[in-house]
Design a protein around this ligand. Structure first.
Ligand SMILES: [Zn+2]
Length: 316
């Protein structure tokens, strides 16, 4: 056990006796200590192997793209990656896919729906892109049992207010299926990123169950405002508060206190496997928030790591 608490490389102190897991190996015991049956991770990525290789090639050039090195920690073949999740005690996860160009979402959906149906722990997911076919394939994915959608505004380079997405947003709002939306400026700004742009989608579709990926990084305050104003808006923890992200998108110092009004709408996300640090660091970051405000504490931790994402994914 590390005296300072948290995973290797973390600066988080142990507060109120709440400490993160010391390493990935320590995660299962740590989860059991919280009385949880496992973790539910609402934000992971699985892709057809050759597409994933291309994504990893992109991260290899992160120094050029992001101005920061991004060595992928869990760069293994698919069975090994699934084994890592299992060994971490992740009992359910959303394997998210997203297109970067037209004509791609529909076949990604076919792959992701099948992967979710046939992979232990995974739920069927889908995605969309502004294109004439979007309404039809979103409806088809919902009929086929998609339990989570991903919309990536920066990678896709599209406007989430595009009229071609109007019907798809309506369908998603009516379905109650959560949509993980990467619409923040971090780590890269896009032509249509920014929470104010996405706020207009929320105004038009107030029933939408939205999970703001990366808690809106770096617009954390705006993400909290959107959650306050829209009861269907959640925040995911993906890469939030870990040492890696604190270097370019630091959390406000009063983050834990500001989570209080939305404490039941924060869900575990990790970006596994595409992260440049151990999975345990994400858990330690969340534990740090739980420990730094006694009004959050263990109940918050249990909600974030399991209960709330399990409810959203329908795998209670
Ligand atoms: Zn992601």
């Amino acid at each position: 056990m590390l005296g300072s608490g948290g995973a290797r490389g973390l600066r988080l102190p142990a507060v109120n006796g709440i400490e993160g897991p010391p390493s990935d190996e320590g995660v299962p015991d740590w989860i059991a200590g919280l009385g949880l049956p496992g973790l539910v991770d609402l934000h992971t990525h699985f892709l057809p192997e050759r597409v994933l290789r291309k994504v990893w090639d992109y991260f290899d050039l992160a120094g050029t793209h992001y101005g920061i090195e991004w060595p992928i920690r869990y760069r293994f073949d698919e069975p090994t990656r699934l084994g890592v999740l299992e060994s971490l005690g992740v009992r359910a996860f959303a394997p998210l896919v997203y297109p970067h160009k037209p004509g791609m979402a529909e076949w990604l959906n076919r792959w992701a729906l099948e992967f979710g149906r046939t992979t232990v722990g995974a739920v069927p997911t889908a995605t969309m892109y502004p294109e004439p076919e979007a309404a039809d394939y979103v409806a088809a994915a919902l009929d086929a049992g998609a339990r989570c959608f991903k919309v990536h505004v920066q990678v896709g380079g599209f406007d989430p207010r595009d009229p071609l997405l109007e019907r798809p947003w309506q369908l998603l709002a009516a379905s109650g299926v959560p949509v993980v939306v990467h619409c923040g400026h971090g780590p890269l700004r896009g032509e249509f990123t920014g929470l104010d742009v996405f706020a207009e989608v929320l105004e038009r579709h107030p029933g939408l169950v939205t999970v703001l990926a990366h808690a809106g990084m770096p617009e954390y305050g705006r993400a909290l405002e959107l959650a306050r104003d829209h009861p269907g808006v959640y925040l995911d923890t993906t890469m939030v508060g870990v040492a890696f992200s604190e270097r370019f998108a630091p959390l406000p110092s009063d983050w834990a206190a500001r989570l209080l009004p939305v404490a039941d709408r924060v869900v575990l996300g990790s970006d596994f496997p595409n992260i440049p640090y151990p999975y345990a660091e994400q858990l330690a970051a969340v534990a740090g928030w739980a420990g730094s405000d006694e009004r959050l504490g263990i109940p918050f931790l249990r909600a974030v790591l399991h209960d709330t994402p399990a409810r959203l994914l329908g795998c209670g």
